[in-house]
Design a protein around this ligand. Sequence first.
Ligand SMILES: [Zn+2]
Ligand SMILES: [Zn+2]
Length: 128
Amino acid sequence: MCDCDVLTPDYDESGDLMCREIHLKAKRDVACVECHTNVPAGTGHYFVKGKWDDHYQKYSICEDCHAIGEYFENTEECFCWAFGDLYEELREHEFISKQDIHPQLEIINTNKNGWHKYRLKPDMQETC
Ligand SMILES: [Zn+2]
Ligand SMILES: [Zn+2]
């Protein structure tokens, strides 16, 4: 465990974390909370619902961002991110910067504002 200040979900009366994550197909277009990319209706993505600090929240996360988060959580000592902060955390660890990106990441898209969308390199996804 590290002493990062990341908010964990609240507990219910039986002591379970109030946070559920499901993988589903979008019924309508949704925006990924991490990369802000549109997830078109019919596309698989992750939907997270829970209660943090007495507030109910829900988040939609695209498969690319979800895979990135999972990969670094499993391979890095202190990759602690709150929903919406994945890219912030990647920058903090210097996995993405202006000069350099982590060897396991690749840019798949750049929008008109110069915002890059990343994903894990496909061979990395298969091995984990
Ligand atoms: Zn995303
Ligand atoms: Zn940490």
